[in-house]
Design a protein around this ligand. Sequence first.
Ligand code: PHE
Ligand code: NA
Length: 450
Amino acid sequence: MSERETWATRAGFILAAVGSAVGLGNIWQFPFKTAEFGGATFLVVYLVAVFGIGLPAMLAEFVVGRKSNLNTIGAFERIGYRNWRFVGVLGLLTGFWILSYYSVVGGWVLRYVGGSLTGAYFGDAQGYFGAISAGPEAIALHAVFMALVVGIVAFGIQDGIEKATKLMVPSILAILVALAVWAFTLPGATPGYAYFLSPDLSQLRLTVDTTPSFPWLTFGGPLAAIIPFAVSQAFFSLSLGMGAMITYASYIDGDESLFGDSATIVVFNTAIGILAGLVVIPLLFAQGVEPGSGGAGALFISVASAFADIPFGRVVGVVFFLVVLVAALSSAISLLEVVVSYAIDNYPVSRPQVAVGLGSAIFTLGLPSAWDTAWLTWFDTLAYQLLLPASVLGILVFVGWVFGRPGVEELLRGTGFGDGVGSLWLWLVRTVVFLGVVLTLALGLLTLFG
Ligand code: PHE
Ligand code: NA
C-alpha cells in the first residue's frame, strides 16, 4: 500500500468538510422539507437537532476518523473493534444509496445552468421542470454529473477535492445574501417570513399511547411527523451517517481542535441553509405557491419562474445555478470519496480505476430515480426514515458505549480543554443524543411501515 494522503493544511480540511456539508441539502432539501413539514415548527426541531444531536455526533465521527487514519470500515478494526466494522459498512451503503439520487438532482442543476443561459424555462417553468427531471434527458444529465464527480475524485484529495472547494464557500455566501435581499423586496414576501420564522408553539406536541398489540406504542401530535424528517435532515445536511466525516477526518495529520473545526462546519452549514430558506420561502409565497405543494421540484420551479421576472434574470440564473452546482459537486465528491477510500486502502487498485468503477455502479443505482421522480422520492424517504438514523445510531452506540474513554482522549487532543468537557460529551452521547436518535428512528419506522 502506498503512502496514505493527508490534507495539505488545516484550512484545507475545514473547507473540504464545509464543502461536503454545504450542498443540495441546504439549498434544495432544507427549504422544500421546511415548506412541506410546517415551516417554523420544522425549523425549531431542525435547529435543536443540529446543535443537540448533530454536533456531538459529528465529533464522534471525527474521533473515529482521526484516531484510526483509515477508511470508514477499516477504522473500526484499526482502533481495536473488528466486530464493529458493520457500522462502517452501514454508513458506506447509506452514502452509496444517497449519492445515487443526489446525482440525479445534480443533473437537474446542471441543466438549469444551460436553461438560464438560453432562457429555456422562461415561458413555462413548471413544464420545463417536468420535461427535464425524469426520463431520458434526466438520465443523460445524471450521467454527466456523475462523470464530473468521478473526474474530480480521480485526482485525489489535494489536487481534486481541496482545490475544488476553495472557491465555493465565499461565492455561495455572496450570492445567497444578494438573493435574500432581493427576495425581501418582493411584494407578498411577508407571509413567507412568518411561515418560515415564527413558530406556532402549540405545534410542538408529541403524544405517546401504548397499545396492547404490535407495535405497542403509537405516537401522535404534529411532532410525530416532523421529528423523523427534521432530525434526519440535520444528519443529511451535516454529512453524518455516511462515513464522509470519518473519512475526511482520517486524512488529518496532526493535532487540532476538533471542537473548533466542527463548530465552524455546523455554523456555516446552518447559516447557508437558513439563507436559502430566506430566498426560497418568500419566493414561494410571492408567487402564490402553496407551501408544501411543490415537492422535490419546488426550488427549481419557483426560483426559475422568479428569474424569468427580474431584470438580468438570465445572468442571475446562470450564476445561481452554477453556485448550486459547485456546492452539489463538493458534496457528491465526499460521498464517492468514502467508497473510493475504502477500496484503495484495501485492494491493489488505483484511485482513478476505483472512481470510475464505483461511479458507474452508483450511476446504475440512480437510474430509477432519473426515470421517474416517484422513485427519487422513495429513495429519499428510505434514506431519511431508516438509513440515516440507523447509521448515526450505530456510531453513537459504538463511540458512547464501546469505545468510551479512548474516544474522549482523542477528542481532547490538541484542545487544551480539561477532562470535564470530554466527559460531558461522552455523557451526552450516551443519553440525550442517543435517545434523540432512537426516537427519530422509531418514528421514522412507524411512519414508514405504520
Ligand atoms: N451534506 C450534503 C448536503 O447537504 C449532502 C451529503 C451528505 C454529502 C452526506 C456528503 C455526505 O447537500
Ligand atoms: Na448541508
